[in-house]
Design a protein around this ligand. Structure first.
Ligand SMILES: Nc1nc2c(c(=O)[nH]1)N[C@H]1C(S)=C(S)[C@@H](COP(=O)(O)O)O[C@H]1N2
Ligand SMILES: [Mo]
Length: 171
């Protein structure tokens, strides 16, 4: 009986470890939704419609100061292009400061941009939904990763396993 519970305990521990080491549910599509005219999903099959760009040299640096990854090159589509295709529904221009874009991942990790970050700041030319790193498709971090190339500390807004991009508005 005692041996049996030890074996069961060991089995549960091994199973839990195996699952936590696996990337959370690799996502094959990114849903674009919220306060937009045209909801759609980005997949590897339709990225070409969003004018992909390739850029060089970006370090992914954690807030601890540790360099987590060095991208010699990355290819992706800009968040601004995605939002322009989606068409943000904005009834009153004066409300533009209340709009946000939430980037969500399958593990719950979430990052925000404001409408002004994207449309009135250099940040808008530096946020990409990327799907190739160093000339290769992305594998361990899901199929799509979102990055902000002009962040001073790039780790926090580097979102792995991206599953949705949602436009919202504060009350
Ligand atoms: N989905 C998701 N993305 C994430 C994280 C996370 O926990 N979940 N961690 C972030 C942190 S803290 C850093 S520093 C960078 C690089 O982390 P990595 O070394 O785990 O790739 O990814 C970021 N992206
Ligand atoms: Mo980090």
């Amino acid at each position: 009986m005692y041996l049996r519970s030890i074996l069961l305990g060991a089995f549960l521990l091994i199973t839990a470890t195996a699952f936590s080491a696996t990337p959370p549910d690799t996502t094959h599509q990114v849903m674009v939704k919220g306060l937009i005219r045209h909801a759609f999903t980005c997949t590897l099959n339709n990225v070409d419609a969003f004018r992909p760009e390739t850029r060089n040299n970006l370090d992914i640096v954690c807030s601890s100061g540790e360099t987590k990854k060095v991208l010699r090159s990355f290819t992706g589509i800009s968040l601004k292009n995605i939002l322009d295709s989606a068409g943000i529904i904005m009834e009153r221009r004066k409300d533009r400061g209340k709009y946000y874009i939430a980037i969500k991942a399958t593990d719950g990790y979430t990052v925000l941009y404001s409408w002004n970050d994207i449309y009135n700041n250099p940040t808008g030319d530096n946020v990409y939904l990327i799907y190739r790193e160093n000339g290769q498709p992305i594998t361990e971090d899901g199929l799509f990763v979102m990055i902000c190339a002009n962040d001073k500390v790039t780790g926090p807004r580097h979102v792995k396993w991206v599953s949705s991009i949602e436009v919202g508005r504060l009350p």
